[in-house]
Design a protein around this ligand. Structure first.
Ligand code: PEP
Ligand code: MN
Length: 378
């Protein structure tokens, strides 16, 4: 029987949750009622904080909908707050008089968090391809679709080497407005035909909301690029469709921000989100970006969503791509996104980081050796 979900305040009132005191069972009840862990927070008061300051913090927490457990030490008081609320600003508490530090114990995302689906998410794609299962899936191809003949050649190369998906940009987010901007719909048509001919999953980037209806008719996975990771309007629209989304980490985004962006898509009902580490900006200038390999095991722990490594944008140099691809698989990546070009020296974008066909073939052979060592197949 469907029961109307109670609001937070109704819940607290009807369950007679005492505002202050021991609430051992509250945690479980919040979980039952709201289908997630709610929010668990610790507020550490300053050494020697005054009692009225402590009382004020308790009142604020209660007003925000939390039940509070107070532990009074000889010098320091600790407040543990449990509640169903996700949408609040921790700084509102941090600035209260007498507060030393506020720690959020539970994550601010719920659908993207591991506990939502402890067994992990498998994203099902055409041709029986599954991302997030035992098999490591490789999606490869040029940075941009440059023409029919060259893209078909690229698709043939990646297919023969054992990749399951072909990538290519039809709409390109270029740092300079004078650089090649992509072939648009013509590029999408070419990708679809090549994908059908070689039995490959087609992956391409969507840059704005108006492109979504067009793109879903041609591609199997919509990529959201690093520059759009926090384009929340775009993410919200992608939550309304029923096509997998490959969400790339922004160049200065924390992993929590990446998961909150995934949450935007999932909140709309589209749970087929694949995450991607593609390098972040650090003080190092030798490589284009710094490939954060540790993001892979961290995401696999925090989230049930499949995780991809993109060593091409991660390093920006083709000689560094194979080692970082090997490292990604060893670190537990579910998929790889790699730039390959039949003639990288004449590529219209990202030639320097695109592998030569032979390099890609050699890399695939190495990856097939590494995968079983970490319990995966390829
Ligand atoms: C790409 O995949 O070609 C691309 C532009 O990626 P990113 O958004 O990671 O720069
Ligand atoms: Mn590129």
């Amino acid at each position: 029987m469907h029961r109307r979900r109670r609001s937070r305040s109704e819940f607290l009132k009807q369950e007679q949750v005492p505002p202050v005191g021991r609430n051992d069972k509250l945690f479980v009840r919040v979980q039952d009622e709201f289908g997630d862990r709610g929010t668990v927070m610790i507020v550490a008061m300053q050494d020697g904080a005054k009692d009225d300051q402590i009382q004020n913090v308790v009142e604020q927490l209660v007003k925000m909908g939390f039940a509070v457990h107070r532990t009074t030490g000889v010098r320091q008081t600790i407040l543990a707050a449990v509640g169903a609320r996700h949408d609040f600003d921790m700084r509102d508490l941090e600035v209260l008089p007498g507060v030393q530090e506020v720690y959020r114990v539970s994550a601010p995302y719920k659908l993207a968090g591991r506990s939502f689906r402890p067994e992990g998410t498998i994203v099902n794609l055409p041709h029986g391809v599954k991302i997030g299962g035992k098999e490591v899936v490789v999606m490869a191809g040029p940075c941009s679709v440059e023409g029919r003949e060259s893209f078909f050649k690229a698709a043939e190369i990646v297919k023969n080497a054992g990749a399951k998906g072909v990538r290519g940009g039809a709409f390109k987010p270029r740092s300079s407005p004078y650089s090649f901007q992509g072939m648009g719909e013509e590029g999408l048509k070419i990708m679809r035909e090549a994908g059908d001919k070689y039995g490959l999953v087609v992956v391409s980037e969507v840059m704005e909301i108006s492109q979504i209806p067009l793109m879903i008719t041609y591609v199997d996975v919509l990529q959201v690029g690093a520059r759009n990771m926090q384009n929340f309007n775009l993410l919200r629209e992608l939550g309304k469709i029923r096509k997998p989304v490959l969400l790339k980490r922004g160049i200065a985004a924390t992993l929590e921000e990446l998961l909150l962006s995934a949450e935007y898509i999932m909140a709309g009902g589209n749970y087929d989100v694949i995450l991607c580490e593609r390098g972040i900006r650090t003080f190092e200038t030798y490589t284009r970006n710094t490939m954060d390999i540790s993001a892979i095991p961290v995401i696999k722990k925090l989230s049930h969503l499949p995780m991809t490594g993109d060593p091409s944008h991660g390093t920006g140099r083709r000689d560094k791509v194979p080692p970082m691809a090997r490292a990604s698989v060893a670190a537990g990546a579910d998929a790889l996104l790699i730039e390959v070009h039949q003639d990288p020296e004449h590529a219209l974008s990202d030639g320097a980081q695109s592998l030569f066909p032979q390099q890609f073939e050699d890399l695939m052979k190495e990856l097939r050796l590494i995968a079983p060592i970490v319990g995966r197949t390829m």
